[in-house]
Design a protein around this ligand. Structure first.
Ligand SMILES: [Zn+2]
Length: 134
């Protein structure tokens, strides 16, 4: 039944599209990444917004700060970790926040930024028009 097989393949593909494809990682120099942040959100990094690759939650740098997250968690671990989120929303890309961390076993952070010779994997920038979800 070729039609049925085609449908199964389509279902598998759409399920896979829900997750970030790490083979599509993009790498920036720190200067280029900073310039992209300024282009999208302006000069003040506190207003820059990022998408959690695990749950899709959008948070600003200010949100992380207000949640009491350390600087190293910004755009690296989901803000939910600092708001008491549990792992039931982790990896579903269906809204959050969740308790994902870029330092865990499953590394989904899709953007690599070179800082002083080291590469840091971070969340992707949110669209400038995306609403910040709280
Ligand atoms: Zn999350």
């Amino acid at each position: 039944m070729p039609q049925r097989r085609t449908k199964l393949l389509a279902d598998k593909r759409s399920a896979a599209e829900g997750m970030v494809d790490v083979s599509k990682s993009v790498r920036f120099t720190h200067a280029a990444w900073h310039a992209e942040g300024v282009r999208r959100f302006g000069d003040d990094p506190m207003g820059w917004r990022f998408v959690c690759p695990s749950c899709g939650h959008v948070a600003s740098v200010m949100d992380w700060k207000e949640a009491g997250a350390p600087e190293g968690a910004v755009a690296f671990s989901c803000i939910g970790r600092y708001m008491g989120a549990t792992d039931d929303k982790t990896f579903h890309r269906a809204g959050g926040p969740c308790d994902y961390t870029g330092g865990g076993l499953f590394k989904l952070n899709p953007v690599e930024v070179e800082v002083e010779g080291k590469v840091q994997a971070v969340f992707a920038f949110a669209d400038a028009t995306a609403e910040v979800q709280v």
